[in-house]
Design a binder for this molecule. Structure first.
Ligand SMILES: [Zn+2]
Length: 266
């Protein structure tokens, strides 16, 4: 899971993200240029990653995307969908605070959009965006939308961004000598590095599916209803058995979700 990569819509593994990245590219470029312009910013001080730093970087990216959507009048612009998401997500966030105490102190933000280029993603530290276009395309029930939201919450509470940056440094130790912003940019734009990180990304998607389903079940949702989201992904996919760059195949996610739901019923 790269900072902006997470989309629950496995049928379009990265296409949606292209638009998101295009929008934020000027922001990122300016930010990166600013950092790199500081004398000594790229000096050989080994990068010590921590969650606070990852959250701070994610907040900048999220705020940029939110500002773009607000300017385009696409932020929280479907009142009914926004209210529906808030109603469903609040109990999930309370459950997350119980299960993952670190997250209780986060400034969660859950925005919505009607932008068809967006689906759903979460940034480190609890910054979530979900598009009504995704929910409408799959005709999601409340329980299935809870699965989407819980999946995104899981990415955040499992610290998937931080783990990915750490893996990038393990794979390419030279990144430890670079400013964090450069690494943050690279995990979404450096093709060879992204290819090396893709297996971890697919593993993180399955983890977010499982942990999200368990979290939403503890919050009161029926596990098989939650798992039904992945059946809809399979039905909507033209190649349900094909893995994407960033996501396992819809069929494998559906199998895993069914198994997780069955286990919760034992
Ligand atoms: Zn995801």
């Amino acid at each position: 899971m790269a900072t902006l990569r997470c989309s629950c819509y496995a049928a379009l593994p990265r296409a949606w993200g292209g638009a998101g990245r295009a929008v934020r590219a000027p922001l990122l470029a300016a930010w990166l240029a600013g950092l790199l312009a500081v004398p000594g910013a790229a000096s050989a001080v080994p990068l010590a990653l921590d969650q606070q730093q990852v959250m701070a970087g994610a907040a900048v990216l999220y705020n940029g995307r939110i500002a773009d959507l607000r300017t385009a009048q696409l932020l929280d612009n479907d009142a009914a969908f926004h209210a529906r998401v808030q109603r469903i997500v609040q109990p999930l966030l309370l459950q997350a605070a119980r299960d993952y105490p670190e997250s209780a102190a986060w400034q969660w933000e859950v925005h919505t959009t009607t932008d068809p280029e967006e689906h759903a993603y979460a940034f480190a530290g609890g910054k979530v965006l979900v598009s009504s276009a995704h929910a409408d395309a799959l005709n999601l029930s409340d329980g299935e939308l809870a699965m989407v939201l819980a999946h995104e919450i899981a990415h955040a509470v499992l610290r998937h961004n931080l783990l990915e940056y750490e893996e990038a440094i393990r794979l390419e130790p030279a990144w430890a000598e670079q400013p964090f912003a450069a690494l943050e940019h690279a995990v979404d734009h450096d093709g060879p590095l992204m290819a090396k990180l893709a297996p971890l990304g697919r593993q993180q998607e399955l983890e977010a599916d499982r942990a999200g389903l368990q979290l939403a079940a503890r919050a009161g949702w029926e596990p098989h209803v939650l798992a039904g989201y992945f059946r809809k992904l399979v039905q909507a996919s033209s190649a349900p058995n094909a893995s994407g760059f960033a996501h396992p195949s819809p069929a494998s996610r559906w199998r895993a979700a069914r198994a997780a739901a069955a286990q919760l019923h034992r």
